[in-house]
Design a protein around this ligand. Structure first.
Ligand code: NDP
Length: 272
């Protein structure tokens, strides 16, 4: 019998996780099956319990259940505790381990795939929701020169900064505060691109040779990446690499093996 894994969310039919994990298991010769589970908005914990009773070994968790996944975990990794959100569950009979691989996936994509150094750089993280919160600790561990969190609702950026107060180079902001400042790495962790929108960024925030990174992916450049290109950002990336890298981190947690991400990123890119 293959070991059972799944991604759970609502909606879920668009998820690329089953395809990614099928490629990883083929590549590493694992006897496993990975499916997609649509849970009703109020039925997350029941669906997880049913999957566990059925012998499920692990789950990826996506919108809108990452906070609930954190609450039902009986143990959290350091990254999940810092993010206060869980995108990966490892299940066994008496424990639900909650992990967050989104942020480490982002950082691996920036550092290993895009060859960008975070250490000593001026980083702007846009957004203060689940994705931004998951990205913070892995970004901070690379010791940027400063990390500005900008959010439409500034209070949420302030709350996020306060959670990481021991890092004294984190600055909360709203978009107007950014005028007159330049950044080497600008990461869009808002959901604005999902609706074809762009946060109200002032001009001239991209330093020479800067990287503009949108966590969102899809066909064609997002409004943020279009803006970045017009503003002179040289290096542009969507979130496909992050998606595959966060999946690889989940796979490593479950199977103890790190799959090769390059061929899977290339395969997904050729499909968009
Ligand atoms: P949340 O709903 O938790 O947070 C949304 C954030 O976007 C908030 O900070 C919100 O600001 C901001 N926002 C929404 N609309 C606008 C707008 N028009 N202008 C400015 N700010 C706006 O979402 P998540 O954090 O879970 O996801 C964010 C993005 O990251 C999504 O696009 C998602 O697809 C992507 N993602 C990609 C992953 C990958 O592997 N590539 C993994 C995880 C997420 P406010 O607080 O003011 O409302």
């Amino acid at each position: 019998m293959p070991d059972l894994y799944a991604v759970i969310g609502n909606p879920i039919s668009h998820s690329k996780s089953p395809l990614i994990h099928a490629e990883f298991s083929k590549q590493t010769d694992q006897n496993m099956r990975y499916e997609a589970i649509l849970a009703p908005p109020d039925g997350f914990s029941v669906a997880v319990e049913a999957f566990r009773k059925f012998g499920g070994r692990g789950m990826n968790v996506t919108i809108p259940f990452k906070l609930e996944a954190c609450k039902i975990s009986t143990r959290l990794t350091e990254r999940a505790a810092a993010a206060q959100a869980v995108n990966t569950l490892a299940l066994d009979n008496d424990e639900i381990l909650g992990e967050n691989t989104d942020g480490i996936g982002l950082v691996r994509d920036i550092v290993s795939n895009l060859d960008f150094i975070i250490t000593g750089k001026r980083v702007l993280l846009m957004g203060a929701g689940g994705a931004a919160s998951g990205a913070l600790l892995p970004l901070l561990e690379h010791q940027p020169k400063m990390l500005t969190i900008a959010n439409r609702t500034k209070q949420k950026a302030i709350e996020l900064q306060q959670r990481f107060a021991e890092y004294n180079f984190v600055i909360p902001a709203d978009y107007a505060d950014l005028a007159g400042h330049e950044f080497d790495i600008v990461i869009n962790a808002t959901s604005a691109s999902l609706n074809g929108k762009l946060p109200s960024l002032p001009p001239c925030i991209f330093a020479a040779e800067s990287l503009a990174y949108d966590m969102m992916y899809g066909s064609g450049p997002t409004p943020f990446l279009q803006f970045a290109r017009q503003q002179g950002a040289v290096h542009l990336s969507d979130g496909i690499g992050m998606l595959v890298e966060q999946a690889a981190e989940s796979f490593l947690l479950w199977r103890g093996l790190r799959p090769e991400t390059g061929p899977v990123i290339a395969m997904l890119r050729s499909e968009t």
